[in-house]
Ligand binder design. Structure first.
Ligand code: SAM
Length: 317
């Protein structure tokens, strides 16, 4: 069993984008505010979880930057003893305005999800004509030193695959880490219709730029494999849950915005942490639940029956 030291903390199920493969129906029911963990409840849990091994917390959502007073939450989290790294995954839409306060509040670095560098295509995928704002957000994050910035691109067959080269150039020109992510058929949205194996993506890149040189020490302990293009910085990462599964090295848990602790994105198993937090249950009860989640960590993803019980934006991608 791997050491579990990484928590993906979803702070809201709301999002200001509607990517068709993630949050397809604009009218999806959203959680009532009273169902969402308060800042104090999150911190109470983390003050325990850091004793049980959690060292890295990644704030996510929905879209974390739409949670009211998110900067205050980041400040509270960065003061929790034992959190060695505090990071965030965002769509970048509010980053231009928030990069500096987030940095000052103690955020170490940031990942930005961006699936297209073409304005029309970006609007088609997200339902929102705001590519310029995301690019301004990335520039602001660089200015304030939320480094290294990782740009995550989910490849969607027939939609944005012609932009692979554009993203490689974007990485090289801006000294960013671009990571190509295989689309997962969660809850059967799209099935495997948009899936392109990363092996194929690497081949396409090598045909144009020459051999990619693997980098042994990845920045961060995550599931990506990193490569150098033309002996430059490690500029490209590949996250391949379907073609190169990384369950063997998985070190993470997930806490949903409504306080369910999950051991895996794709297993429906979760426990109600919010209930015990609100009952004021003793530390031992919380620890039992925590250990139960770890014991129920599946050995492998099951993409043959990809039913996660919830959508990606509800779990926290
Ligand atoms: N709003 C934040 C963001 O955009 O990064 C955090 C939440 S979002 C759900 C996290 C990531 O999950 C995004 O990069 C999104 O593209 C990715 N994602 C959503 N559905 C996916 C799927 N079926 N397969 C692979 N990645 C997915």
């Amino acid at each position: 069993m791997n050491e579990i030291d990484y928590l993906r903390l979803s702070v809201t199920d709301r999002c200001n984008l509607n990517c068709f493969y993630c949050r397809p129906d604009k009218n999806l029911v959203q959680l009532p505010p009273k169902e969402i963990l308060s800042f104090e409840e999150i911190v109470k849990f983390l003050n325990l979880a850091t004793h049980w091994g959690i060292k890295h917390v990644r704030v996510t959502g929905g879209e974390p930057l739409v949670r009211r007073n998110i900067v205050s939450l980041v400040k509270m989290l960065s003061s929790v003893q034992g959190i060695e790294e505090l990071t965030m995954t965002t769509n970048g839409l509010r980053l231009a305005e928030l990069a500096l306060p987030l940095k000052e509040a103690g955020l170490s670095r940031i990942n930005v999800s961006l699936d297209s560098l073409d304005r029309r295509k970006f609007s088609e995928i997200t339902g929102c004509d705001e590519l310029g704002e995301v690019l301004r957000g990335i520039a602001a994050a660089r200015r304030v030193g939320l480094d290294p910035i990782k740009v995550n691109m989910v490849l969607l067959k027939g939609f944005n695959e012609e932009e692979i080269f554009h993203f490689v150039s974007f990485a090289l020109e801006n000294c960013l880490l671009v990571r190509f992510i295989e689309h997962m058929p969660i809850n059967e949205i799209g099935g495997k219709r948009w899936y392109i194996p990363n092996t194929e993506v690497r081949e396409r890149i090598q045909k144009k730029w020459g051999p990619l040189e693997p980098v042994d020490s990845s920045p961060g302990k995550g599931p990506a494999h990193y490569f150098r293009v033309n002996k430059r910085q490690p500029t490209l990462g590949f996250i391949s849950p379907l073609s190169e599964p990384f369950c063997d090295s998985c070190n993470r848990l997930r806490l949903t915005a409504d306080g369910k602790l999950r051991s895996c994105l794709l297993s429906g198993f979760e426990v109600d942490l919010k209930g015990v937090l609100r009952e004021g249950a003793p530390r031992e009860t919380m620890k039992e639940l925590y250990e139960k989640v770890i014991r129920n960590k599946p050995k492998h993803h099951h993409f043959e029956f990809p039913y996660a019980g919830r959508f990606m934006f509800e779990i926290g991608g």
